[in-house]
Write a protein that binds this ligand. Structure first.
Ligand code: AQP
Length: 333
């Protein structure tokens, strides 16, 4: 039925957006697809400066979060990206396939580089080529991600197609994004126009997977809202980004359609709704955060999962890369 590849950067502050937009969907997909690779993308992380000691701790934390959320390391391939050199090798070939103009259009680079573009790393600019390589080194067909990665996946499709055209082959598949759920883009708790993100300087802007029950309640209570009561029709959320965000989070966590949540809460005040939301976060997230903590106390186990996953990953990418080198014309003895 196809092969899943997806990843999370080990850049700390793993948050509710990463969970609802990505990791939780992976848990569901692992039963639908025979082959799933879930990767801690440490090569992507170093496109901006990372403290080496923290990078190692964050890599283990992301792996623990995946397992704690319900991804089975025996059935799926869980590993960190730098352990398989195929990612970097194919990314180089894609650096030579993708066009500068394509990368110049990427909004994430513009957002992350900000005004200081000249000072951004070359790696940050070429990030989408590495992302295409992550998927295509396994000839991955389906990529479950949050809405923010849509543009990068379109680029991955363009790269695959150009490679196939340039070399007159039908080798790389057309990658399908899988973007689903009621919270495909979770927004900051402080500003409904900004996505919830690991790099936001304010810890109050996000729910992290290491927060405790008190933090869920406090952050939920303090989340920005507007003075109106909750609407009962989804159409009335169009110009109320903060309300839309909190209701979307609620619907996603409760696993219920947004319309149904509005039927229940419409007309009510935010104070009562926020309490319900905090209770829901505790009920749904605390078992995960507790399990993450337990796994965090056993780094030997996590390291074993990552090492074994990398071996399995290499076994899957080796034949793909042999064929790529052959197509490109590299003599390999
Ligand atoms: N706010 C979000 N809502 C829904 N999904 C999200 N994702 C990220 N933020 C949200 C999804 O999480 C997966 C892993 O993301 P990543 O580790 O590659 O980080 P990112 O997309 O660059 O965003 P972050 O986590 O906020 O980090 P910074 O602050 O560095 O930009 C992806 O599937 C992503 O779509």
């Amino acid at each position: 039925m196809g092969r899943i590849f997806s990843g999370v950067q080990p850049t700390g502050n793993l948050h509710l957006g990463n969970y609802l937009g990505a990791i939780r969907n992976w848990v569901r997909l692992q039963d639908e697809f025979d082959d799933c690779l879930f990767c801690v993308v440490d090569l992507h992380a170093v496109t901006v400066w990372q403290d080496p000691v923290e990078l190692q701790a964050n890599t283990r934390e992301v792996c623990a979060a995946m397992i704690a959320a319900g991804i089975d390391p025996a059935k799926n391939v869980i590993f960190n990206q730098s352990r398989n050199s195929a990612h970097a090798e194919l990314a180089w070939i894609f650096n030579c396939v993708a066009r500068m103009g394509w990368l110049n259009r990427m909004t994430q680079f513009k957002e992350k580089a900000g005004k200081n573009r000249e000072n951004a790393s070359v790696g940050l600019f070429a990030y989408p080529n590495l992302m295409a390589a992550d998927i295509l080194a396994y000839r991955g067909t389906h990529v479950p991600v949050g809405d923010d990665q849509k543009q990068h996946l379109e680029l991955a499709r363009d790269i695959a197609q150009k490679f196939n055209n340039d070399f007159g082959v039908d080798f790389f598949p057309v990658v399908e994004p899988l973007i689903f759920g009621e919270a495909t883009r979770v927004m900051s708790l402080k500003d409904g126009s900004k996505k919830m993100s690991k790099s936001d300087p304010s810890d109050q802007s996000r729910i992290t997977l290491t927060d405790d029950a008190d933090a869920f309640a406090k952050k939920g209570r303090k989340a920005r809202t507007d003075p109106l009561p909750l609407p009962d029709d989804p159409k009335d959320l169009a110009d109320r980004p903060e309300a839309a965000n909190l209701l979307g989070i609620y619907a996603a966590l409760a696993d219920r359609p947004l319309a149904e949540v509005l039927t229940q809460h419409g007309g009510g005040q935010f104070s009562g709704f926020k309490q319900d939301l905090a209770d829901l976060m505790v009920a749904k997230l605390q078992p995960i955060t507790g399990e993450m903590r337990r796994l965090g106390d056993d780094p030997g186990y996590i390291d074993g999962v990552l090492a074994e996953g990398a071996e399995r990953a290499r076994a899957l990418s080796d034949p793909v890369m042999d064929r790529v080198f052959d197509i490109v014309g590299f003599l390999r003895g």
